[in-house]
Ligand binder design. Structure first.
Ligand code: PLP
Length: 313
Protein backbone atom coordinates (compact mmCIF):
# COMPACT_ATOMS: atom_id res chain seq x y z
CA UNK A 1 0.00 0.00 0.00
CA UNK A 2 1.43 3.40 -0.89
CA UNK A 3 1.94 6.13 1.72
CA UNK A 4 -0.93 8.32 0.45
CA UNK A 5 -3.47 5.50 0.74
CA UNK A 6 -2.18 4.64 4.20
CA UNK A 7 -2.64 8.25 5.35
CA UNK A 8 -6.32 8.03 4.44
CA UNK A 9 -6.97 4.93 6.53
CA UNK A 10 -8.78 5.05 9.87
CA UNK A 11 -6.49 5.09 12.92
CA UNK A 12 -6.92 1.42 13.82
CA UNK A 13 -6.28 0.31 10.22
CA UNK A 14 -3.18 2.50 10.02
CA UNK A 15 -1.95 0.95 13.25
CA UNK A 16 -2.31 -2.66 12.13
CA UNK A 17 -1.05 -2.42 8.56
CA UNK A 18 2.56 -2.28 7.54
CA UNK A 19 4.09 -3.43 4.31
CA UNK A 20 5.59 -6.96 4.29
CA UNK A 21 9.35 -7.08 4.46
CA UNK A 22 10.49 -6.99 0.84
CA UNK A 23 13.18 -9.72 0.88
CA UNK A 24 10.96 -12.45 2.37
CA UNK A 25 7.43 -11.01 2.19
CA UNK A 26 7.26 -11.70 5.92
CA UNK A 27 4.39 -9.71 7.39
CA UNK A 28 6.14 -9.78 10.77
CA UNK A 29 9.31 -7.71 10.60
CA UNK A 30 12.44 -9.91 10.88
CA UNK A 31 14.96 -9.01 13.58
CA UNK A 32 18.19 -7.84 11.97
CA UNK A 33 20.92 -8.70 14.48
CA UNK A 34 23.84 -7.15 12.56
CA UNK A 35 25.84 -4.44 14.23
CA UNK A 36 27.36 -3.58 10.85
CA UNK A 37 26.29 -3.78 7.22
CA UNK A 38 28.45 -4.09 4.13
CA UNK A 39 28.72 -0.87 2.20
CA UNK A 40 30.94 0.80 -0.38
CA UNK A 41 31.99 4.38 -1.13
CA UNK A 42 28.90 5.02 -3.21
CA UNK A 43 26.47 3.84 -0.54
CA UNK A 44 28.38 5.77 2.13
CA UNK A 45 27.97 8.90 0.01
CA UNK A 46 24.22 8.24 -0.15
CA UNK A 47 24.12 8.12 3.65
CA UNK A 48 26.01 11.42 3.81
CA UNK A 49 23.38 12.85 1.50
CA UNK A 50 20.59 11.83 3.88
CA UNK A 51 19.56 8.38 2.65
CA UNK A 52 20.35 6.68 5.96
CA UNK A 53 17.35 4.39 5.87
CA UNK A 54 17.89 3.31 2.27
CA UNK A 55 21.49 2.23 2.85
CA UNK A 56 22.33 0.48 6.10
CA UNK A 57 25.84 0.97 7.37
CA UNK A 58 25.99 0.65 11.16
CA UNK A 59 23.51 -0.60 13.75
CA UNK A 60 23.62 2.42 16.06
CA UNK A 61 22.52 4.60 13.17
CA UNK A 62 19.56 2.32 12.57
CA UNK A 63 18.53 -1.00 11.11
CA UNK A 64 15.47 -2.24 9.19
CA UNK A 65 13.73 -3.61 12.30
CA UNK A 66 13.92 -0.13 13.81
CA UNK A 67 12.73 1.58 10.64
CA UNK A 68 9.57 -0.54 10.55
CA UNK A 69 8.73 0.56 14.10
CA UNK A 70 9.52 4.21 13.31
CA UNK A 71 7.31 4.14 10.23
CA UNK A 72 4.41 2.63 12.16
CA UNK A 73 4.71 5.31 14.83
CA UNK A 74 4.98 8.09 12.23
CA UNK A 75 1.75 6.79 10.66
CA UNK A 76 -0.24 6.71 13.90
CA UNK A 77 1.18 10.03 15.18
CA UNK A 78 0.45 11.79 11.83
CA UNK A 79 4.16 12.65 11.79
CA UNK A 80 6.56 13.45 8.96
CA UNK A 81 9.40 11.64 10.74
CA UNK A 82 10.04 9.48 13.76
CA UNK A 83 13.14 8.36 15.63
CA UNK A 84 13.02 5.36 17.97
CA UNK A 85 15.04 5.72 21.16
CA UNK A 86 16.17 3.51 24.02
CA UNK A 87 13.47 4.80 26.40
CA UNK A 88 10.98 7.59 26.89
CA UNK A 89 13.57 9.53 28.90
CA UNK A 90 16.09 9.08 26.05
CA UNK A 91 13.50 10.57 23.66
CA UNK A 92 13.05 13.59 25.96
CA UNK A 93 16.80 14.07 26.52
CA UNK A 94 17.68 13.77 22.81
CA UNK A 95 14.91 16.21 21.88
CA UNK A 96 15.94 18.83 24.44
CA UNK A 97 19.68 18.51 23.84
CA UNK A 98 18.95 18.76 20.11
CA UNK A 99 16.88 21.90 20.43
CA UNK A 100 18.76 23.79 23.13
CA UNK A 101 22.14 25.29 23.79
CA UNK A 102 23.71 27.10 26.73
CA UNK A 103 21.83 30.35 27.48
CA UNK A 104 18.49 29.05 26.20
CA UNK A 105 15.31 28.97 28.25
CA UNK A 106 12.36 26.56 28.51
CA UNK A 107 8.81 27.20 29.68
CA UNK A 108 7.47 23.99 31.16
CA UNK A 109 4.39 22.93 33.08
CA UNK A 110 4.70 22.50 36.84
CA UNK A 111 3.64 18.90 36.47
CA UNK A 112 5.59 16.53 34.31
CA UNK A 113 6.89 13.02 34.86
CA UNK A 114 9.30 13.24 37.82
CA UNK A 115 12.46 12.39 35.84
CA UNK A 116 11.57 15.05 33.26
CA UNK A 117 11.14 17.65 36.00
CA UNK A 118 14.43 16.53 37.55
CA UNK A 119 16.21 16.85 34.22
CA UNK A 120 14.89 20.37 33.59
CA UNK A 121 15.26 21.59 37.16
CA UNK A 122 18.73 20.14 37.82
CA UNK A 123 20.61 18.45 34.99
CA UNK A 124 20.01 21.02 32.22
CA UNK A 125 21.00 23.86 34.53
CA UNK A 126 24.52 22.38 34.57
CA UNK A 127 24.62 23.23 30.86
CA UNK A 128 23.35 26.82 31.32
CA UNK A 129 19.80 25.96 30.19
CA UNK A 130 17.14 27.34 32.51
CA UNK A 131 13.45 26.57 32.94
CA UNK A 132 10.48 28.55 34.20
CA UNK A 133 7.79 26.22 35.56
CA UNK A 134 4.22 27.42 35.06
CA UNK A 135 0.65 26.18 34.91
CA UNK A 136 0.19 25.60 31.17
CA UNK A 137 -3.59 25.48 31.68
CA UNK A 138 -3.21 29.21 32.39
CA UNK A 139 -2.34 30.87 29.08
CA UNK A 140 -1.61 34.25 30.73
CA UNK A 141 0.97 32.60 32.99
CA UNK A 142 2.61 30.97 29.98
CA UNK A 143 2.66 34.27 28.06
CA UNK A 144 4.24 36.02 31.06
CA UNK A 145 6.94 33.33 31.34
CA UNK A 146 8.16 33.62 27.75
CA UNK A 147 11.49 35.45 27.52
CA UNK A 148 13.56 36.59 24.52
CA UNK A 149 15.75 33.46 24.94
CA UNK A 150 12.82 31.00 25.29
CA UNK A 151 13.28 28.22 22.75
CA UNK A 152 10.93 25.48 23.95
CA UNK A 153 7.45 25.20 25.46
CA UNK A 154 7.07 21.79 27.09
CA UNK A 155 4.02 20.06 28.58
CA UNK A 156 2.29 16.68 28.77
CA UNK A 157 -1.06 16.13 27.05
CA UNK A 158 -2.26 14.43 30.22
CA UNK A 159 0.20 15.31 32.95
CA UNK A 160 1.76 12.62 35.10
CA UNK A 161 0.64 12.48 37.87
CA UNK A 162 -1.74 15.47 38.18
CA UNK A 163 -3.81 14.50 35.09
CA UNK A 164 -3.84 18.15 33.99
CA UNK A 165 -4.99 18.61 30.38
CA UNK A 166 -3.65 21.86 28.89
CA UNK A 167 -5.54 23.28 25.88
CA UNK A 168 -3.13 22.77 22.98
CA UNK A 169 -4.24 25.26 20.25
CA UNK A 170 -3.80 28.48 22.31
CA UNK A 171 -0.41 27.24 23.57
CA UNK A 172 0.74 26.48 20.03
CA UNK A 173 -0.52 29.84 18.76
CA UNK A 174 1.27 31.72 21.56
CA UNK A 175 4.53 29.77 21.24
CA UNK A 176 4.71 30.00 17.47
CA UNK A 177 4.07 33.76 17.61
CA UNK A 178 7.36 33.93 19.56
CA UNK A 179 9.18 31.38 17.38
CA UNK A 180 9.14 28.90 20.27
CA UNK A 181 9.14 25.16 19.48
CA UNK A 182 6.31 23.22 21.16
CA UNK A 183 7.25 19.83 22.55
CA UNK A 184 4.78 17.59 24.30
CA UNK A 185 4.88 14.22 25.98
CA UNK A 186 1.87 12.17 24.90
CA UNK A 187 2.60 9.07 26.98
CA UNK A 188 -0.44 9.17 29.28
CA UNK A 189 -2.84 9.91 26.43
CA UNK A 190 -1.29 7.79 23.64
CA UNK A 191 -1.85 8.47 19.92
CA UNK A 192 -5.19 6.72 20.19
CA UNK A 193 -6.63 9.49 22.40
CA UNK A 194 -4.94 12.43 20.71
CA UNK A 195 -2.34 13.12 18.04
CA UNK A 196 -0.81 16.43 19.13
CA UNK A 197 0.97 16.98 15.81
CA UNK A 198 -2.48 17.36 14.23
CA UNK A 199 -3.02 20.29 16.63
CA UNK A 200 0.15 22.11 15.62
CA UNK A 201 2.62 20.74 18.18
CA UNK A 202 6.12 20.50 16.64
CA UNK A 203 7.54 17.46 18.42
CA UNK A 204 5.82 14.64 20.30
CA UNK A 205 7.71 12.32 22.59
CA UNK A 206 6.29 9.08 23.91
CA UNK A 207 7.41 6.51 26.40
CA UNK A 208 6.67 3.54 24.12
CA UNK A 209 7.11 1.44 27.23
CA UNK A 210 3.46 2.15 28.11
CA UNK A 211 0.42 2.05 25.79
CA UNK A 212 2.45 1.86 22.56
CA UNK A 213 4.30 -1.29 23.59
CA UNK A 214 1.27 -2.44 25.49
CA UNK A 215 2.70 -5.77 26.63
CA UNK A 216 5.02 -4.75 29.46
CA UNK A 217 8.02 -6.46 27.87
CA UNK A 218 10.14 -3.66 26.37
CA UNK A 219 11.39 -0.21 27.31
CA UNK A 220 11.40 2.24 24.43
CA UNK A 221 10.75 5.77 23.33
CA UNK A 222 9.83 7.71 20.22
CA UNK A 223 10.32 11.22 18.93
CA UNK A 224 7.89 12.23 16.20
CA UNK A 225 7.80 15.54 14.42
CA UNK A 226 5.87 17.67 11.98
CA UNK A 227 7.06 21.24 12.18
CA UNK A 228 7.46 24.37 10.13
CA UNK A 229 9.92 25.73 12.70
CA UNK A 230 12.45 22.92 12.37
CA UNK A 231 14.45 21.60 9.42
CA UNK A 232 12.93 18.49 7.82
CA UNK A 233 16.05 16.50 8.73
CA UNK A 234 16.04 17.60 12.40
CA UNK A 235 15.64 14.04 13.72
CA UNK A 236 18.07 12.59 11.19
CA UNK A 237 20.79 14.75 12.74
CA UNK A 238 20.55 12.67 15.93
CA UNK A 239 20.22 9.25 14.36
CA UNK A 240 23.93 8.50 14.76
CA UNK A 241 24.38 9.88 18.27
CA UNK A 242 21.10 8.87 19.89
CA UNK A 243 20.63 6.12 22.44
CA UNK A 244 19.16 3.77 19.91
CA UNK A 245 16.43 1.28 20.63
CA UNK A 246 17.86 -1.82 18.95
CA UNK A 247 16.31 -4.35 16.64
CA UNK A 248 15.02 -6.70 19.30
CA UNK A 249 13.11 -4.13 21.26
CA UNK A 250 11.74 -2.43 18.17
CA UNK A 251 10.51 -5.81 16.99
CA UNK A 252 8.77 -6.26 20.32
CA UNK A 253 7.30 -2.78 20.25
CA UNK A 254 6.06 -2.90 16.65
CA UNK A 255 3.24 -5.41 17.23
CA UNK A 256 2.34 -3.41 20.34
CA UNK A 257 2.20 -0.27 18.28
CA UNK A 258 0.11 -2.11 15.69
CA UNK A 259 -2.31 -2.78 18.52
CA UNK A 260 -2.08 0.81 19.78
CA UNK A 261 -5.69 1.37 18.84
CA UNK A 262 -6.49 -1.66 20.85
CA UNK A 263 -3.97 -1.03 23.63
CA UNK A 264 -5.09 2.42 24.68
CA UNK A 265 -8.62 1.98 23.63
CA UNK A 266 -8.61 -1.76 24.01
CA UNK A 267 -11.79 -3.07 22.41
CA UNK A 268 -13.15 0.35 21.45
CA UNK A 269 -12.15 2.29 24.48
CA UNK A 270 -12.47 -0.30 27.18
CA UNK A 271 -9.41 1.02 29.02
CA UNK A 272 -11.01 4.46 29.18
CA UNK A 273 -14.37 3.04 30.18
CA UNK A 274 -12.78 0.95 32.91
CA UNK A 275 -10.85 4.00 34.17
CA UNK A 276 -14.08 5.99 34.13
CA UNK A 277 -15.91 3.32 36.12
CA UNK A 278 -13.12 3.33 38.71
CA UNK A 279 -13.00 7.14 38.78
CA UNK A 280 -16.76 7.36 39.41
CA UNK A 281 -16.55 4.65 42.06
CA UNK A 282 -13.77 6.40 43.97
CA UNK A 283 -15.31 9.85 43.52
CA UNK A 284 -18.26 8.79 45.65
CA UNK A 285 -16.16 6.75 48.08
CA UNK A 286 -16.29 8.24 51.59
CA UNK A 287 -12.60 7.57 52.23
CA UNK A 288 -11.38 9.26 49.02
CA UNK A 289 -10.93 13.04 49.23
CA UNK A 290 -10.45 13.86 45.55
CA UNK A 291 -10.22 12.03 42.21
CA UNK A 292 -8.37 13.57 39.28
CA UNK A 293 -9.62 12.04 36.04
CA UNK A 294 -10.22 14.13 32.89
CA UNK A 295 -13.39 12.18 32.06
CA UNK A 296 -15.06 13.34 35.30
CA UNK A 297 -17.12 16.55 35.24
CA UNK A 298 -15.24 17.61 38.39
CA UNK A 299 -11.88 17.69 36.56
CA UNK A 300 -10.79 21.34 36.00
CA UNK A 301 -10.08 20.72 32.30
CA UNK A 302 -12.95 18.30 31.67
CA UNK A 303 -14.27 20.43 28.76
CA UNK A 304 -10.82 20.58 27.15
CA UNK A 305 -10.49 16.81 27.49
CA UNK A 306 -13.94 16.21 26.05
CA UNK A 307 -13.23 18.39 23.05
CA UNK A 308 -9.81 16.86 22.37
CA UNK A 309 -9.81 13.24 23.43
CA UNK A 310 -11.53 10.30 21.92
CA UNK A 311 -13.01 8.84 25.08
CA UNK A 312 -13.83 5.20 24.68
CA UNK A 313 -17.27 3.86 24.00
C1 PLP B 1 4.70 10.73 31.13
C2 PLP B 1 5.98 9.96 31.08
N1 PLP B 1 6.96 10.39 30.26
C3 PLP B 1 8.15 9.74 30.17
C4 PLP B 1 8.39 8.62 30.92
C5 PLP B 1 9.73 7.94 30.80
O1 PLP B 1 9.60 6.80 30.01
P1 PLP B 1 10.63 5.57 30.09
O2 PLP B 1 10.38 4.90 31.39
O3 PLP B 1 10.28 4.73 28.90
O4 PLP B 1 12.00 6.16 30.00
C6 PLP B 1 7.40 8.11 31.78
C7 PLP B 1 7.65 6.91 32.58
O5 PLP B 1 6.88 6.51 33.42
C8 PLP B 1 6.16 8.81 31.86
O6 PLP B 1 5.18 8.41 32.67
Amino acid sequence: MDQKRKENLAFASKAVYYAPESASQSIGMPIYMSSSFQYDAESYQRVVEGERKAVNIYGRCGNPSEYAFEEQIAAIESADNCLATASGMAAIAITLFGLLKSGDHIVCDWTTYSSTHEMLDHRLTDYGITTTFVDTANIEAVAAAIQPNTKVLYFETIANPSMKVPAIPPLVELAHRHGVVVVCDNTFASPWLIRPLEWGVDIVVESATKFIGGHNDAIGGTISMKSKLLPADFLEQFAGTRWSNGAHRCRRLTPGCCCAGANAGRADGRVCRTAMTLARHFESHPKVRRVWYPGLESHPQHDVALSRFQFGG
